[in-house]
Ligand binder design. Structure first.
Ligand SMILES: [Zn+2]
Length: 153
């Protein structure tokens, strides 16, 4: 199941990607183009736009009413809990939505800080934008927050 988010939902899109959900997100895309793209790519459109939602069929959209990320996430979970449960945390690039691949250590030399290179043995990376990810303390924080967002205590 694939999604796209309107411009007002950048933070939600980012955290859904971190949870592993496929969410297209671009800034400054006109509404008709956004809708056309969602339909063409068979994506459910997440929107906060009261005017836009009236033009969409219920099965092709989800109206997000809340402001806080936690509340927006639970609105998403309420309808698409199964898609969320299937998604694997930290399997997708938070910047560009591309599935991550394991990057061999040799491939990241010179592309991360030397202390990171020296202290980490496993890296994943984005084949599209080149961003490199590794397990660090801030990742544990992200994972804990994702567990809360997923509704797991
Ligand atoms: Zn990327």
């Amino acid at each position: 199941m694939r999604f796209c988010a309107d411009e007002m939902l950048g933070k939600l899109a980012r955290w859904l990607r971190l949870a592993g959900v496929d969410v297209a997100y671009r800034r400054e895309i006109p509404d008709p183009e956004l809708v056309a793209e969602a339909r063409r790519e068979n994506r459910i459109l997440l929107t906060r736009d009261t005017r836009l939602i009236r033009t969409l069929k219920p099965e092709e959209s989800l109206f997000i009413t809340q402001d806080r990320l936690e509340d927006q996430f639970s609105e998403f979970r309420g309808r698409f809990g199964a898609a969320l449960a299937e998604a694997r945390s930290l399997s997708r690039c938070a910047e560009c939505n591309t599935p991550l691949l394991p990057f061999p250590k040799a491939q990241v030399e010179g592309r991360v800080w030397p202390y990171v290179f020296a202290s980490q043995s496993a890296f994943t990376g984005c084949p599209a934008c080149g961003k490199i990810y590794w397990r660090a303390t801030h990742v544990e924080k992200i994972l804990r927050r994702l567990e809360r967002l997923r509704g797991n205590p």
